[in-house]
Design a protein around this ligand. Sequence first.
Ligand code: MN
Ligand code: MN
Length: 457
Amino acid sequence: MSELAYKRTNVYETADEAKLKAIFDYAKGYAAFLDAGKTEREACAYAEKAAVAAGYVPYEFGKKLQPGDKVYYNNRGKNLYLIRVGSEDVAKHGIRILASHIDSPRIDLKQVPLYEAEGIAFAKTHYYGGIRKYQWAAIPLALHGAVVKKNGEVIEVAIGEDENDPIFYISDLLPHLAAKQNAKPLGEGLGGEDLNIWLGNIPYTAAEDKKENTVKENLLKILHDKYGMVEADFLSAELSLVPAFKARDLGFDRGLIAAYGHDDRVCAYPSYTALFDTETDKTVMVVLADKEEIGSEGATGMQCAIFVDLIDAIADSFGVSSAAVRARSKCLSADVNAGYDPNFRDVCEPLNSTYLSHGAGLTKFTGSRGKGGSNDASAEFVGEVRKLFDDNGVIWQTGELGRVDVGGGGTVAKFIANMNIDTVDIGVPVISMHAPYEVVSKADVYECYRAFCSFIK
Ligand code: MN
Ligand code: MN
C-alpha cells in the first residue's frame, strides 16, 4: 500500500506483549463496571464510589473552586459530573469535556403494572429507548430500580443477578404455532403491549376467598413480607427489566466482550478512568448523562441547565466570563457507533464504517436523511483532534452509522455544541447495538481510554 493512501490500523495486529496485557487487564475493570451498573442509578453510584476513592469530594453550588480541586456533583442519583480544576486559565483555555451516557435501552414497568390472567401473575411494561422487541422475549431478565414508599423510604431493588435469585421473563410462541406470527414483518412479531413480564403462578392458598386474583394476592403478600410494599407503591417506583446476563469474553481468543449495556457504558468507563489516571494542568469535566436513549430530556439528561450551571460555577470561581470559558472549551461526545458486521454488509458503506479492533471510532456527523439533527463537527476541530491522537499514538478510525438514507441516529453532541462548545463524536464500535447482549472489542475500549487520556492531558 502506498504511503500516500489512508489505511486503518488493526490494534491487535500491532500490539506488543505489554500492550496486549494492558488491553486485557483494562477490560477486566470494565466488565466489573458493566456487571455492577446495569441502570443509570447503579452506574452513577459505582462511578461516584470510584471518584470518592480517587479523592473527589461532593460539590455544592455556591462553593468557590480553586486549582487542584477535585469535585463531583451527583445529580439525583442518575447523572454524575466529575470536575478537576486545573492551573491553566479557564478563560483562555476553556474546559476539556468528556460526555457519555449511562442509561441503556431496557423494559420499564408501568405505574400500575400487576395483573393476573388465567393463573399467571404478570406486569405491564413500557419499553425505554429503541429496542427490537422480539429480542427481549425468552431470555432471563433481572429487575432493577427503586421504589419510593409513601413514608419516603426508598427501596433499592436488584433481583435476578445472583445465581440463587429468581429471574423474570417475556414469553414467545413455539415454532409449532407461530405460522401467523412468522408471516408478520420482524418489527411486528411482538408489540409493545405484548412485553408482559412473567412474575409468578402459585396461588395464595391461605386466602379465605380464592375466587379471583389469587396468584396476584400471593405476589402482593411476598412483596409485603419481603419489602414491606403495597401495590400502590408501584405508583412511585422506577423498576426496569434488564438482561440477567453477566459480561463475558467472546470467542476462543477472548478479544471481544459480550454484555448488556455497552451503549454507552463502554464510553463512560474510559471517560472517568481517563480522568483519574491523567496528570494535567487543564480543567476537565466528565459527564455521565442519563436519558440519552429517550432524547436527553429532563433534569438528568444532557439538555438540563445543570451542565451550563456547573460551567458558570467554574467561571465565577475565577471571576471570568462563562461565555468565554464555553467558547474555548472542547468536548468529545463519547458514544458508540455501529461496528461493521460482515453478516449485514448491505446496511454498511465499507469505506466509512468503524471496524472492530481498529481503534476508537471518530464520527464527524451523525443524524439521518442528509445529516438531519446532527452536530457536524468542523474540519478544524476534527483536524485538531486528529493531530492530537496521532501525536499520542492513539489508534483511531472514522465511520458513519451506516449507508446513507438507510437509517440514522444521534448522540448528546449537538446539545453540548449548542452551548458554543466545539464537539465531536467518538466512541467504540458496537455489534448488535441496543440488543440485550451487545459486542465490543477489548482493543477498542482500551484505545478509547487512550484517546480520552490524550484529549485531557
Ligand atoms: Mn449511545
Ligand atoms: Mn443508544
